[in-house]
Ligand binder design. Sequence first.
Ligand SMILES: [Zn+2]
Length: 323
Amino acid sequence: MNRRALDELKQQIPLLEYLQAHDWQQARPIGFGRLLGLCPLHADHKPSFLVDPTKNLFYCYGCRRGGDVIRFAELYHQVKFPQAVALLHQWRGLPPLLHEATGFYRMQLHRHGEAVAYLYQRGVRSPELIEHMRIGYAPGSCLRGWLTQLGYPLQALRQAGLVTGAGYDAYTHRIVFPLEGNLYGRSLSTTAPPHRFLPGAKGGLYSWERVRQCPEVILVEGLFDYAVLWQAGFHNVTCAMGTQLNAYQFRQLCDGMRSIYLTFDSDANGSGQRATQALAHRLREQRLKVCTVELPEGHDPNSFFVNGGDAGQFQALLEAARS
Ligand SMILES: [Zn+2]
């Protein structure tokens, strides 16, 4: 994550709000807007935990630790920096504007037969899955009107990348999946670029907080791969949204001891296999156990299931995976 994204995250999560959500109670104000209370980080008997809500900083005179909201999350949850950031992302959820857009897209999904038909064709069939992934549909030419009506200025919509410079909805005829701080849009049309993200980082591994406790994790390339696996009962699956992991995603994979089943596309030109080998090598350097899952040639997990593969067959592939 770059510096700007971290600053943004800190702005969106006021330290005091986060503390209060974790049951911190101020004992008394001590001037200049600062507050004093019991320290949540050590067994404190007289208030020694100082909070400056305007600077978004804390300091404890007892255990002599201090810092910003990320530092607090690290100490409080006893996790490392990347996990603290991930926890904060999860706690914050999507920024309000993207949250609103997600809700709108979700409403549209069942009003558009072409979207439901596309999902069906890609193997996305269970209502629980659609709910779990909060899948929506961007028909185009209606999001701008909806959000402006809610009072969001056009400038904000442009800045978020939801609306183009010319004023049109950026996502048109796209299935939309909300991510940590972004929205991924998969085009239904064959003439438009298939994959799009809004400006900004694609974020961490998909749904990482749900799977990071699993001793075995399946890593796939695309959200439609994730979808069919989850639907088939493999809930220990995560997705990198591409074969190139960003530094944040790589750190997440390495944040504990686990076995990783790399399940990238098996494409004829071998690029998926090369990406798999390169990543497997880097992960093994971090002493993780890595298995590479071999799909039938030309398949990705999505096409494997769409073409009649079932959970039992996929389980057999996992067991046959090479380490
Ligand atoms: Zn303390």
